[in-house]
Ligand binder design. Sequence first.
Ligand code: ADP
Ligand code: MG
Length: 697
Amino acid sequence: MLNNPIEYLKGVGPQRADMLKKELGIFTFRDLLNHFPYRHIDKTKISLISDIGPQTEFIQVSGKLIRFEVMGEKRGRRLVAEIRDASGSLELVWFQGITWMQKNLTAGREYLVFGRVGFFQGNVQISHPEIEPLNPEKADGKSFLEPVYPSTEKLKARGQGGRQLAKLTQQLFQMLRPADIPEILPEFLVRQLRFPGRYQAYCSIHFPSDTEAYGQALNRLKFDEFFIAQIRMGLTKSERHRFSRGVPFAQVGSLFNSFYTNYLPFELTGAQKRVLKEIRKDTGSGRQMNRLLQGDVGSGKTIVALLSMLLAADNQYQSCLMAPTEILAAQHFESITGLLKDMPVTVRLLTGSTRARQRKEISGMAEDGSLQILIGTHALIEDAVRFQRLGLAIVDEQHRFGVAQRARLWNKAAVPPHVLVMTATPIPRTLAMTAYGDLDYSIMDELPPGRQPIQTVHRYDDRRSQVMDFIRHELQKGRQAYIIFPLIEESEKMDYENLMKGYEHVKAYFPEPAYWISMVHGRQTSEIKQTNMQRFVSHDTQIMVATTVIEVGVNVPNASVMVIESAEKFGLSQLHQLRGRVGRGSEKSYCILMTGRKLNQEARERIKTMTLTSDGFKIAEKDLEIRGPGDIEGLRQSGELNFKLASIVQDRQLLETARELAERLLDQDPDLISAENLRLKNHLFSQYGKTRWSKIS
Ligand code: ADP
Ligand code: MG
């Protein structure tokens, strides 16, 4: 029944069906059923026009249509009507569908009007109201709560606003039987959670008997969305756990052990140890590891990567570590070869600027198996590089890599290598649950000991000279400073000029030869970038003026000041990343966010958040709150996030519950073979197909 095309519904002709498809994507009965009202109005309640006050949002009035006329020309062309009741009059206005409205309105007739109240040049008006002839005997006594559906201006202008959709939906419910919307949750869950049945929930979300019934229905259907998503991800994950084949790292051998006892420069944090244990367990199990490691900036992911690669080498497997930029790849290479300098491990660096001869040599070593660790950028995944026995692929700062790029990496070995994706962009737990619920997932939520919190302040541009004085003070203590300028692609030219101006400005404050400045930006060749970067790393320069190419990973523990120019142009996670470049040594560090005095609300909130906390997870939560999940940088494009009713921000509690219950259910019945889970299984089959539960990411 629900698969019927929408044309089959009484009252929907070809023309109307066309509009519903085009404007709202409603093709079938099911689509209409899942087109949920955004609010309900008490249809018995008709207000007086004089009741409208500055706080009134929506209103329903009835009155006589006094007159209507077309005014204005071209883009200003509009139909203006006046409606009057005993208490006053109100202006109605249409910018679209003017001809249609003109034909269908009759002056002198009584109408029922509903819409959002607006004010225009001091007059109260409703633009694109829902309007229908007043029909006194209409109230059917079944429910006084009338659903209002999202509609479009175009539909409204054709007299097919939310109200008309309500009529169609009512029409639909007259045809539907409870069996058309079967229960999908196991009986015990419905009872345990005291949910209305699924059919009942659908009835009540559209046509509730009262607000309580609506609330219960909404909660029930939101739960279904979360629960189904969690079950699907759980199935994918458990399927991978049970059926995927991975290369076993059976033993912890001499490389790992001798590095651990002789060369580890510090005691590992508890979080680092825990994650290593998780990785060892995964890789030793004979199945393929597909793990996401989230660790805040500075939590020490590199050493975890290194130890994992040694574990691979101990088992005669090769590994690779990919970074998103050449600078980062080079830094990883330096620090890792530094740490391994007295160990018999062969490590090479491969980036876009590696010379052809060297590239060939490296490829040869990868292919004959003599190369144990390869570090690089995406040059790594070029087809020319073939490994003899690739056992572990590590991706640093995963969000810069596309899914397709990762897929190519997976395909570099007969048995897919273990994969460790490391990200320093913390994702709120709830979001991670939904977006990455099918991956194994580790969190490093502990910073190495002895770090001092970074002091973050907000300063206006007109106090720049004080900021410069402060920098000078730090430089005199032997510290180094970053000054970061935004570079946004669309306005690249302007930003570039700002950067140059900024550079000159900084230079005027800090003239050579007393001070030396490095500058790094995206227009330089990678060699120049590299050199300038290197001079800062080796403390030949004291100041680094840069764009965000510096953002990820760069490690200069002696740097104690991070100045971010035009901080309002950066997103929260980017600001957090940038700030993470300082506070890496034992000295107290500072982050100074510079802006003009004019700031919008959102920017103000971002900057305030930065000054209040340095916990990446808290910042991520805030980011989610401000922007919503759709915009979170680097979040994989996941259909699972597009819930129709539920919100991972507002309904966190419900999500946690759904997650927990889904996990428990799958623990007990991983293949959904028990009788009580049969309907859940049928639902999944019918919605998502029989072959595989879902795609492997
Ligand atoms: P990120 O997780 O941001 O990649 P890194 O791996 O670059 O962090 O580590 C940041 C800094 O902390 C490095 O200088 C590293 O040597 C140091 N570090 C890492 N782990 C520890 C530890 N357990 N104790 C002390 N310092 C550590
Ligand atoms: Mg790092």
